[in-house]
Ligand binder design. Structure first.
Ligand SMILES: O=C(O)CCC(=O)C(=O)O
Ligand SMILES: [Fe+2]
Length: 263
């Protein structure tokens, strides 16, 4: 049985531009809407990563509308299929990821090292009970927007090891986006609770009724920047004009205050 704590409903700030123990714990607590890290990667690095990704080829999330393309694996898609298949599939997908990193740069290791050095916490990609690794670090194209949703393993993947986390964030590095209409991300000051499941619509969306009059934070990313936010908060992405490619994973806080990454 997983403990799902009572969600917070107030924000004290507009967001932080600093990655520190304080800002991360404010994000987990629901005190701030996001952390914005500018110039994590250069435009050249981002473009190189996208070019290598395009060479490997994207495929779409099973059953998701509007379509989202990606390279990598997700617990979301295997939750109702097979956990065993997810872990087996990871072995070949990690090789593809490594090929892309070797030909461009490795944002995953760079980000994990940054977390570790700023927060002085153990940061790792977890394994299952059979010592098989989770997959972390999708290259993703959300170009037609998303539905209003949350990403929260204790509520969505209760059978998986990652469901024992006490809070969940996502980091997105923006690799290729159009200047004019970048596909803004909207985050609401309203965290998921189990009774919200009655408002679920389709495979992952929620009716806007769940928002009531919750405050909204909106950001418009620039190439090379990272935004980190709490994905237990309802959020959605606007349709973009042209391409919108990101590098992303979830960040979970374990009960012994370590950080785990998966997708
Ligand atoms: O692409 C984004 O800005 C956010 C996408 C999203 O829903 C997430 O990272 O959980
Ligand atoms: Fe999300």
């Amino acid at each position: 049985m997983n403990m799902i704590t009572i969600p917070r409903t107030d924000w004290i700030d507009n967001g932080s531009s600093e990655l520190s123990r304080t800002s991360i714990s404010q994000l987990f607590e629901g005190d701030i809407p996001f952390i914005h890290l500018e110039e994590f990667a250069t435009p050249d690095e981002c473009e190189k990563l996208v070019l290598c990704a395009v060479k490997e080829g994207f495929s779409s999330y099973r059953g998701v509308e509007p379509i989202i393309n990606r390279i990598g694996n997700t617990v979301f898609e295997y939750n109702s299929i097979s956990r065993k298949e997810y872990f087996e599939k990871n072995q070949e997908l990690v090789q593809i990821q490594n090929r892309i990193f070797e030909a461009s740069f490795n944002p995953l290791t760079r980000f994990m090292n940054l977390l570790q050095s700023r927060l002085k916490k153990k940061v790792y990609i977890p394994k299952n009970s059979e010592e098989m690794s989770y997959y972390a670090g999708l290259i993703r194209r959300i170009e037609e927007g998303t539905l209003l949703h949350v990403d929260y393993a204790p509520g969505e993947q209760p059978e998986w090891e990652i469901a024992t986390i006490t809070g969940q964030l996502a980091w997105n590095l923006y690799l290729r986006i159009s200047e004019e209409k970048s596909g803004k991300t909207h985050i609401f000051n309203r965290q998921w609770k189990s009774s919200d499941n009655s408002e679920k619509e389709g495979i992952y969306g929620y009716n806007r009724r769940v928002l009531r009059d919750a405050k909204e934070a909106v950001f418009s990313p620039s190439i090379g920047d990272i935004f980190i936010f709490n994905t237990r908060n309802f959020h959605y992405v606007e349709p973009a004009e042209g391409e919108r490619v990101t590098f992303t994973s979830a960040i979970g806080q374990t009960r012994n205050d370590e950080l785990i990454l998966w997708s």
